[in-house]
Design a protein around this ligand. Structure first.
Ligand code: NAP
Ligand code: MG
Length: 520
């Protein structure tokens, strides 16, 4: 590992331009390269050792489920104990390294993944069904969060000014917590796993990573990359396997010092409850960070630029098949422009191409797996009973395909207007006026992201004060938060509002120690 100086100023990693035929061609080559490696068996990583298990599970291509992306060792409860013990041992040295050394690891991983971005993006396309633009966007985000957190740690490592006291030298230093459990979802398997894991590591903690089973191969590649770049043995331990089987043990373990979780509300609430319980031998209060689901709304009033609003709604609702935590699942439209906006939305959605995300020109791919498919189909049936289907509603053969689907005249309290569906389903709700629209928008248990389309300055101000979401956007889409520019995290049951990619995020992974020294 080389120790690299901070590379400021921070600059967002640009995306590739797939409109250029040669770039598109390079992606096709990457797809072929990654396809030639499919079906390998990946081990657990515990204390720097690769551990095979007799029992494995497969990660599949959701566009053609007969295609196995990777076989993965299924971790046991004993593996949980071993991984936490290994992380605990590694903590002794890693916690004492200099911030520069830890930051250098992150800068190196960022450079390395950018060098290999097409292969990593191709893997995302094949494993979780992202079209190339979305997949490449995720790789850029991986580089961004790594560089951002590396720089944040270097900043936190400088002495902080405190009030002077006569005869005393006072200081405040940030020290790491210990062993953390990192539990990540499949929808941004590289960037979200990287975000939580790299923040923990750069702060001086060691981790046990439990990735989502549907994206286990992406996680295995990521952990390999960190190891290639010099992450010492035991600093990152990888446990693939069912969350239902090993998740509780990881959270409950008395040596677990913190849990960083991104995923569904139900699992998050369970983790919070279990982590609060003091276990025999445990000598700390566990810290828990939870980033959960949403029921995000875009509001449109009668002063809005309707074409831009329609475009933003379609992009936010159907990008990555609606499987983003910040996806727009409700469009709340004032009566005066309702009919006009709905026809513009439908016109755009009609042009979207549903198909294999590995093929160029596809806009929408499949849902991630069979259970996601079944859940979304069930919600489409609920929607048919509750409201008016104006577009889609069908499925396609071959993979887990559901058409982009739009329901209109959805009542604000309907299930499809309240529950997170996590698929390409948009509920359009009619409001009397802007005030009414804000009330409807706030009327769920969530509070993650939201957007408002209006040309009225007072209403922008009103939204700023009253729209209760962690990420508010005005006259733009509600997806696509950029590291450092749109710190990310939600209110209410959307989570603990950790503000990933923000200036305060690393503080979760650190404790502050105040030291006052008088002459002896
Ligand atoms: P999920 O079903 O909650 O799974 C998330 C992770 O938790 C997976 O690694 C899963 O493992 C694991 N898990 C399952 N049961 C567990 C248990 N009892 N204890 C500990 N871990 C357990 O969520 P998902 O389907 O992967 O992701 C979609 C959800 O994530 C949506 O609700 C979405 O809104 C949310 N999300 C939120 C954000 C945000 O920043 N707020 C970002 C992205 C996604 P297995 O895969 O083995 O079950
Ligand atoms: Mg898969």
């Amino acid at each position: 590992m080389t120790i690299t100086a901070a590379r400021s100023p921070f600059r967002h990693e640009p995306g590739l331009d797939f409109a250029a035929p040669e770039e598109d061609e390079r992606f096709e080559e990457a797809l072929a390269r990654v396809r030639s490696q499919l079906g390998r068996t990946y081990p657990l990583v515990i204390g720097g050792t690769e551990v095979d298990r007799g029992e494995t599970f497969a990660s599949l291509n959701p566009a053609r489920p007969a295609e196995v992306i990777g076989h993965h060792a299924a971790a046991t409860l004993d593996d949980v104990d071993a991984a936490i013990a290994a992380a605990g041992e590694a903590f002794a040295d890693w916690s004492q390294t200099h911030a520069e050394e830890r930051a250098a690891l992150l800068f190196d991983v960022a450079d390395r993944i950018v060098e290999r971005r097409r292969d990593f993006a191709a893997l995302l396309t094949l494993e979780v069904g992202k079209i190339r633009e979305e997949a490449d966007g995720e790789i850029a985000e991986v580089a961004d969060v790594l560089r951002w957190y590396a720089q944040q740690m270097l900043d936190l490592d400088r002495p902080r000014p405190l009030l002077p006291v006569d005869g005393e030298q006072t200081s405040l230093v940030y020290v790491p917590l210990g062993v953390g459990a990192i539990v990540s979802p499949w929808n941004f398997p590289l960037s979200l796993t990287t975000g939580m894991m790299s923040a923990a590591l750069v702060a001086g903690n060691t981790v046990v990573v439990k990735p989502a089973s549907a994206s286990a191969t992406s996680a295995a590649w990521l952990v390999d990359l960190f190891r290639e770049c010099g992450a010492p043995a035991g600093v990152i331990n990888l446990l693939t396997g069912s969350g239902g089987l090993i998740g509780d043990a990881l959270v409950d373990h008395p040596q677990t010092r913190f849990v960083a979780f991104t995923g569904s509300k139900d699992v998050g609430v369970r983790i919070n409850e279990r982590a609060a319980r003091l276990q025999p031998g445990q000598i700390w209060i566990k810290r828990v960070q939870l980033e959960l689901g949403g029921k995000n709304a875009i509001l449109v009033d009668e002063t809005a630029a309707l074409e831009r609003a329609a475009e933003a709604i379609v992009t936010s609702a159907f990008g990555y098949q609606g499987q983003k935590c910040s996806a727009c699942s409700r469009a709340i439209v004032v009566d005066a422009v309702h009919d006009e906006l709905v026809s513009r939305i439908v016109e755009r959605v009609r042009r979207l191409r549903l198909g294999d995300p590995a093929e160029r020109g596809t806009d929408l791919g499949p849902l991630v797996d069979d259970s996601a498919f079944r859940k979304v189909v069930e919600y489409v049936d609920i929607g048919r009973a509750e409201s008016t289907l104006v577009f889609g509603g069908g499925t396609r053969e071959g993979g887990y395909y559901v058409e982009p689907t739009i329901f209109d005249d959805v009542s604000p309290g309907a299930r499809i207007a309240q529950e997170e569906i996590f698929g390409p389903v948009l509920a359009i709700v009619r409001a009397r006026d802007f005030d009414h629209a804000l009330d409807i928008a706030n009327g769920t248990e969530f509070g993650l992201a939201g957007a408002v389309f209006t040309a009225d300055r007072d209403r922008i101000e009103q939204a700023r004060r009253r729209f209760h979401v962690g990420n508010l956007y005005v006259n733009r889409k509600c997806t696509g938060a950029l590291t450092g520019a749109h710190p990310f995290g939600g209110f209410n049951l959307s989570g603990t509002d950790s503000k990933a990619g923000g200036p305060d995020y690393l503080l979760f992974f650190l404790q502050a120690k105040s030291v006052a020294v008088r002459a002896g």
